[in-house]
Design a protein around this ligand. Structure first.
Ligand SMILES: Cc1cc2nc3c(=O)[nH]c(=O)nc-3n(C[C@H](O)[C@H](O)[C@H](O)COP(=O)(O)OP(=O)(O)OC[C@H]3O[C@@H](n4cnc5c(N)ncnc54)[C@H](O)[C@@H]3O)c2cc1C
Length: 446
């Protein structure tokens, strides 16, 4: 029952259907691995993927509704992270069926965790200027270079790697996309970077003659820029406002985190159907619930009657609603068979940056002096709660420190504006020769 025939069954009521499936299949006594195997192979872990790629071909809104239904039912949600969010849709779009069966299957069933090996010290916004080299040696590629800001690199089994395979052509044309095994001792070195929240969410990754098999080359030699853009479009769509991002799973996928053998019921609250906190992270999980959280916080300390706080909350509510309406607009256009609305993912991403800045400013305004101490560890969080008498204070400071991140990751605010200006509004591009000159002849950062 958990094969492609089931995934291919048309569904006009995805939430109703997933609830029926959950009643038959959810069992808190299973291990996390067993549960994710069932969920992944049924098509409900990533229902937005096509049916040949372990999904059900649902649109984004229906997929998010399904993911929320799983949480509300009280079952453990699908394996979260960059594998499901980025690698799976990219490989589904550009990979061969063999690669889909090799990589996507392990993503939807939580067997393998992925990270994104894109940014380098000299190539962030100018991603196509990357210097990591991959050189062919028989049926393998030898990879040497450095990546940075690699979220989740420390728990990843595989990386979405983009590397330069031809420096003699213009920079966008000589890049190839690989699946890189992160477990290559002495050849792939992962060094965590502690950020100002106190967490070490991302890493530097040094590759010294690391090996990527030819079979892990996704989407064709020197076609990596097109493949990487699929990853980036998925990133922007997932990170933007109004998308109703589904909750991340409380268990971590992959072989490194060691959650797979644990009892799945221990990751969800008994009976209540609520997701158990994953405990920490950068603050991303707080974004969805934060308007209500801030209202409660303001009620709790009497600031709800303060006109400037009320105005801030109203501004935040308006931004959230605009995001939701934009999303509905995109859905309606799709249902009517119209083309995608140009620039909408970029606008959503920009809007999310503004939302988190608003949340930061309102939250810290409500907390006043209590907003200055921050909990750098789970133990600190308890102590801070005791000191402030308010269980939300530590969440607000965590969210406020993390608010600097969304305007940077997935393409900075300035880069989103450039894209909207040049590709949507048709404004003239900055003059440069990087589309025509060979990569090796372009000036490099020191
Ligand atoms: C929380 C977080 C998680 C991340 N996770 C990952 C990850 O998992 N994998 C990964 O590969 N990367 C990751 N990144 C990296 C992220 O994609 C880059 O930080 C981002 O692309 C910006 O690159 P940069 O930091 O090199 O800044 P730069 O590109 O050096 O930019 C510096 C400043 O210059 C501005 N700027 C640059 N070019 C232009 C231009 N043409 N016009 C106008 N302004 C410009 C930028 O907007 C920015 O303000 C993460 C970043 C963060 C903050």
């Amino acid at each position: 029952m958990t094969d492609i025939a089931e995934r291919n069954q048309p569904t006009t009521d995805p939430v109703g259907d997933v609830n029926v499936w959950l009643k038959e299949n959810w069992d808190p006594e299973l291990s996390v691995e067993e549960w994710w195997e069932r969920l992944g192979l049924s098509g409900w872990a990533a229902p937005g993927l096509p049916t040949n790629a372990y999904g059900k071909g649902l649109n984004r809104n229906d997929s998010v509704a399904v993911q929320n239904a799983i949480v509300e039912f009280g079952a453990l949600s699908a394996p979260g992270g960059l594998g499901l969010m980025l690698a799976a849709p990219t490989i589904a779009a550009h990979g061969t069926q063999e690669q889909i069966d090799l990589y996507v299957r392990d993503i939807v069933t939580g067997q393998k965790a992925w990270c994104q090996l894109f940014s380098e010290p000299g190539a962030g916004s100018d991603l196509a200027g990357l210097q990591t080299r991959a050189v062919k040696d028989g049926d393998e590629w030898v990879v040497t270079g450095q990546k940075v800001w690699t979220s989740g690199g420390q728990v990843a089994d595989l990386g979405m790697l983009i590397a330069r395979t031809d420096p003699d052509v213009p920079k966008h044309q000589g890049i190839t996309y690989f699946a890189l095994d992160m477990h290559q001792q002495g050849k792939v070195d992962i060094r965590p970077l502690v950020e100002m929240t106190g967490h070490a969410m991302f890493n530097e990754v040094f590759m010294e003659e690391a090996i990527a098999p030819d079979s892990g080359l996704i989407g064709g030699l020197n076609n990596g820029w097109a493949v990487a853009n699929t990853t980036l479009m998925n990133e922007r769509a997932s990170l933007g406002s109004g998308g109703g991002q589904a909750a991340a799973s409380a268990a971590t996928p992959g072989t490194v985190a060691k959650d797979l053998a644990k009892r799945v019921g221990d990751f969800v609250d008994g009976g209540g159907g609520k997701r158990r906190s994953a405990g920490g992270g950068g603050g991303g999980g707080m974004f969805g619930a934060s308007y209500k959280l801030l209202v409660e916080l303001a009620k709790g300390n009497g600031k709800i009657t303060d006109p400037s706080v009320r105005q801030g909350l109203m501004r935040l509510h308006t931004l959230n609603e605009l995001g939701r309406f934009n999303n509905l607009r995109a859905k309606a256009a799709k249902a009517a068979g119209l083309a995608d609305i140009p620039g909408l993912p970029n606008i959503s991403k920009l809007s999310m940056s503004e939302i988190v800045r608003q949340q930061r400013d309102i939250g810290l305004g409500i907390l006043g002096a209590y907003g200055t101490p921050h909990a750098y560890s789970p133990e600190d969080q308890g102590r801070l709660n005791d000191a402030t008498g308010n269980p939300f204070a530590a969440m607000v400071t965590g969210m406020s420190l993390f608010a600097q991140a969304p305007p940077i990751y997935g393409g900075t605010d300035q880069v989103q504006k450039n894209i909207i200006g040049e590709r949507v509004l048709g404004l003239p591009k900055e003059a440069n020769n990087d589309k025509t000159a060979a990569f090796k002849d372009l000036p490099k950062n020191a």
